[in-house]
Design a binder for this molecule. Structure first.
Ligand SMILES: *[C@@H]1O[C@H](CO)[C@@H](O)[C@H](O)[C@H]1NC(C)=O
Ligand SMILES: *[C@@H]1O[C@H](CO)[C@@H](O)[C@H](O)[C@H]1NC(C)=O
Ligand SMILES: CC(=O)N[C@H]1CO[C@H](CO)[C@@H](O)[C@@H]1O
Length: 586
């Protein structure tokens, strides 16, 4: 951690002493333990088995749980004191917690969630908002904000939360920790207060990939066997276009890491919105009736909107009677949301089914979809952005991809940008949890290593920024070229040239795309430019030779191929071309 950490340690020190303090620079109350915990408790694991038996897999690890899991003889608050006041203590501890404890972990406390786990900011009307230790003036994200904060601050090794519409992935991203949302219904939610059952999952946070992995293996009851190699990493370009920070800051790190570990042939690009538009006929129907004009235009936005409606509908089914009877003190946004009467339950369920099918067919055979977890940096505390419809809808569009399909998703921190945590997400098919956990563990270190060069060059100068963006455009161009999308490849290389006109490779690559498109004159010009920049560029001579041959300038073509042979005497391509042309010519 850099400069905010000094501040943080002071705050933590005083906070741990139990002092409430107002810092002048922040004008904000920072509570004990950053306000992450509602209650400290201790659920101890059984004694370790005597050697030579192996110790419990999670022994020595501590964890916290968001306050909607049952713990025997306690009452979960569900983010709302009125809930505690009107409910009896639980008779059993929820199986997820007891499984973790039986496997050696110690539960040390209950953490803050949004009111009734409904919101996405991490705020709470009664208990206040936990402080994001990675960005003190930013929101932690919700609904499981306290769990994310407890892990980010190092109070516990891991923590449980509930992810309905992003409740683990989002605070994971904002607080700079790993967050895992398993496939829908892969982890038992018995003894967990329901929010919106079609979307609810029990998720977990960790700082260390090894801990995320171990906890996952215990909760999903997986056995350690050979892991499979990923076949493809599909970069959802249109999703990255929604991100407000320079998206190459995320995509480049992923592209370089994947190339290093698995080779560049596994990378591909996709416009996810277009792909889904063709697959989701129910969504189309809903789109036509949607009152939200923004959502009408875009498949991803209307998917987010459909998920939000489904969340409200099911939440209302679960809790309207209690809310009407008790009239609890909760965020008025919830009340407004569930009073809306514009629900079309059947539609949402068919969209869910179509989404499940669409993503499972996209990701079958061990493929990974890469998307941004959130729109960018965590919003500032008390900013208008947090409650704006646009922010909520766009944020939910990204989380709807896994929530609506039931697929599993992991959010992986990628260092900081403007002193705030940034992250990227991987999604695997429904049931591909083990695959996703394994991939996360094998890529994590490489991802962290690839951040450094990107950050370094970011901070130097505008030209360096442009150079990097140009390089990113070229990489995208190469992918398009491999996929035989010639016009797209040509336009990406043009973008690279616009950003940095001094690289022979960009011209030479564009020439290759022009050759495929039959634009021989442009190909010839590009090669000449490349050769001027790099007089020994063999590829440029070969490509110019080809262009000239197609244009009928045989003599010039022979010169080019011959010069290529001078530079690379063993090059068969050049040799063949010279011989072929000489035959025609003579
Ligand atoms: C959506 O489309 C309508 C017209 O169909 C247009 O007026 C509106 O500006 C569009 N909104 C966005 C966000 O593109
Ligand atoms: C000829 O040279 C080009 C450029 O260096 C290279 O890409 C190509 O593989 C070479 N071909 C052969 C057959 O050696
Ligand atoms: C103490 C505290 O931070 N309370 C906040 C609880 O949540 C509401 C909004 O839901 C805020 O306005 C309060 O400031």
């Amino acid at each position: 951690m850099s400069s905010p950490s000094a501040n943080l340690w002071v705050l933590l020190g005083l906070g741990l002493a139990g002092v409430l303090l107002v810092t002048r620079s922040l004008r904000r109350v920072v509570k004990k333990d950053l306000g992450a915990f509602l209650e400290r408790l201790e659920l101890l694991p059984p004694p370790p088995p005597p050697p030579p038996k192996a110790p419990h897999p999670l022994s020595g690890l501590t964890f916290a749980v968001a306050d909607l899991f049952d713990i025997s003889e306690a009452i979960a608050s569900f983010g709302c004191p009125d809930w505690t006041a009107t409910h009896h203590p639980a008779t059993h501890t929820s199986p997820v917690i007891s499984t973790l404890v039986e496997n050696g972990a110690t539960c040390v406390g209950k953490t803050v969630i949004d009111d009734m786990a409904f919101g996405i900011s991490g705020d709470n009307k009664s208990f206040g908002m936990p402080t994001n230790p990675m960005a003190l003036d930013r929101i932690p994200g919700g609904s499981s904000s306290g769990s994310a904060v407890a892990v980010a601050a190092g109070f516990v090794d891991f923590a449980l939360g509930v992810d309905t519409v992003g409740g683990v992935r989002m605070p994971g991203a904002y607080c700079g920790v790993l967050g895992f949302r398993p496939s829908h219904s892969a982890v038992s939610n018995i003894g967990v207060i329901p929010v919106s059952p079609s979307l609810d999952t029990v998720g977990w946070f960790a700082k260390e990939p090894g801990v995320l992995h171990k906890v996952g293996y215990v909760l999903l009851q997986l056995s350690y066997t050979n892991s499979y190699q990923p076949r493809q990493f599909i970069m959802a370009e249109d999703c990255f276009d929604m991100v407000k920070i320079q998206s190459s800051r995320l995509t480049q790190v992923v592209v370089r890491s994947v190339e290093r570990l698995f080779g560049r042939q596994v990378l591909s690009n996709l416009n996810l919105g277009n792909y889904l538009a063709a697959k989701l006929s129910s969504l189309k129907e809903l789109q036509n009736e949607n009152k939200n004009a923004n959502a009408k235009n875009s498949t991803l936005l209307s998917l987010g909107s459909a998920m939000h409606e489904l969340q409200k509908l099911e939440f209302k089914d679960q809790h309207i009677m209690w809310i009407e009877a008790v009239k609890p003190t909760i965020d008025s946004y919830i009340l407004r949301s569930i009073l809306e009467e514009n629900f079309k339950s059947d539609f949402y369920q068919s969209i869910r089914h179509e989404m499940r099918e669409a993503l499972n067919s996209l990701l079958k055979d061990d493929k990974v979809l890469v998307i941004p977890t959130v729109l960018g940096l965590p919003p500032k505390l008390n900013s208008k952005e947090i409650s704006s419809d646009d922010y909520i809808l766009r944020t939910l569009s990204l989380s709807a991809i896994a929530s609506m399909s039931g697929c599993c998703q992991v959010t992986i921190p990628l260092g900081t940008y403007e002193k705030c945590p940034v992250s990227v997400s991987f999604i695997a098919r429904h049931g591909g949890d083990r695959f996703l956990l394994d991939i996360t563990q094998s890529l994590y270190t490489t991802l962290q290593e690839e951040i450094e060069p990107v950050i370094k060059s970011k901070t130097s100068s505008q030209q360096v920024n442009n150079d990097e963006a140009a390089e990113a455009a070229k990489e995208k161009g190469n992918i398009a070229y491999r996929e035989k999308q010639w016009p797209k490849a040509a336009s990406l290389y043009s973008e690279a040239i616009k950003l940095n006109g001094k690289k022979a490779a960009y011209y030479s690559n564009r020439a290759a795309a022009y050759l495929e498109l039959g634009s021989y004159r442009q190909a010839e010009t590009d090669c000449t430019n490349a050769i001027n920049l790099e007089p020994k560029n063999v590829k440029a001579y070969l490509r110019r030779g080809t262009a000239r041959e197609m244009l009928g300038y045989y003599k010039e073509a022979i010169d080019d191929f011959q010069y290529a042979l001078v530079l690379e005497p063993t090059n068969k391509t050049a040799n063949l071309a010279v011989n072929r042309l000489k035959k025609i010519f003579q």
